[in-house]
Design a protein around this ligand. Structure first.
Ligand code: GLN
Length: 306
């Protein structure tokens, strides 16, 4: 980050984004998420050498939703190693995050851990490993972000009440023998992780290990193996945006992950991690303005890894 003044790049982008016509819509299939103000916008960039720059609502916590899938994956991969891949694949799905279509053909083995079906399998794995998986996951995330994580009970209950598609996914996988624990218990843990709330500042710090070979720069703690960090970045790159993963690679060129709360995290290995939040989503369920912002950031700073 040394040769570029990221704060002035950020200011320039904010100025240019004033012209951006945001046609996105706030997620409403989880009714509680629809209550968030659509105009919120925050950014936080953290460099591996401690640099920071930010703008807007970067301190406000929001529902991280599917971004949590990366934390759960990191914890499961740390404990299971390569054997995790007998339960879930590492191929992009090219389908929406909650799609059922491939699951029947592929006998209950989800394409990857970042679509809902794959994340449910990861939750099942964590329940089999830990006595208190919620506490283990929270502790893992808190260690990464350096403070307590918030859990939003209203979002949790709201999603649980409208869980028809996730219930269908997990029951289909249970029928194929790829869910070992009680389906209600797995769904409950999945909704718990999706209901975690973090700010752009906290998210950007929590993802810095993926820019730093699996180590937290501040404490130098090796949280996951370097090779695992590289592999998770590869999965984020190819699968982090579902049926828009190709477009994100093309326009932004960084590993990343989105959530229906409007957050996106992206990692520039060896350099920085960036979190952006704007609740209005495009048709693929990814933050419309967040995608545009990252495209501009990557172009202006030459960040694409390609
Ligand atoms: N893409 C997302 O953020 C989806 C997460 C959401 N909790 C769901 O299962 O539908």
């Amino acid at each position: 980050m040394k040769d570029i003044n990221y704060q002035s790049v950020l200011d320039e982008i904010i100025h240019e984004l004033a012209e951006f016509e945001d046609k996105g819509e706030v997620a409403s299939y989880i009714p509680e998420l629809a209550k968030v103000s659509p105009e919120k916008f925050g950014v936080y960039i953290t460099g591996v050498e401690g640099q920071e720059c930010y703008t807007g609502d970067y301190q406000e916590r929001f529902s991280i939703q599917s971004i949590s899938k990366v934390f759960a994956l990191a914890l499961a991969f740390k404990n299971m190693g390569e054997s995790l891949w007998s339960r879930v694949g590492v191929e992009p799905s090219g389908d929406p995050f909650n799609s059922l279509v491939q699951l029947e053909h592929e006998k209950g083995i989800p394409r990857n851990p970042l679509i809902n079906a794959g994340a449910l399998v990861v939750c099942d794995v964590l329940i089999s490993i830990f006595k208190n998986p919620k506490d283990e996951l929270s502790a893992f995330v808190e260690n990464l972000m350096g403070g307590p994580v918030n859990f939003n009970l209203k979002v949790f209950l709201s999603e649980k009440k409208h869980a028809y598609v996730n219930a269908a996914l997990i029951n289909l996988m249970k029928a194929f023998g790829n869910i070992k624990n009680d389906v209600e218990e797995v769904l409950d843990f999945y909704f718990y992780q999706c209901s975690m709330e973090m700010s752009c500042q906290e998210l950007s710090k929590a993802f810095l290990l993926f820019a730093n070979k699996g180590k937290i720069p501040l404490t130098n703690e090796q949280m996951i193996k370097e090779i695992n960090s590289r592999r998770i970045n590869a999965i984020m790159q190819t699968c982090g945006f579902y049926d828009e993963a190709g477009e994100f690679a093309y326009k932004v060129g960084l590993p990343g992950k989105s959530g229906v709360g409007g957050g996106i995290i992206a990692v520039n290995p060896g350099i920085y991690s960036v979190a952006v939040w704007s609740p209005k989503l495009n048709a693929n369920g990814n933050s419309a303005k967040g995608m545009k912002f990252l495209e501009m950031l990557s172009a202006k700073t030459g960040s694409s890894i390609f």
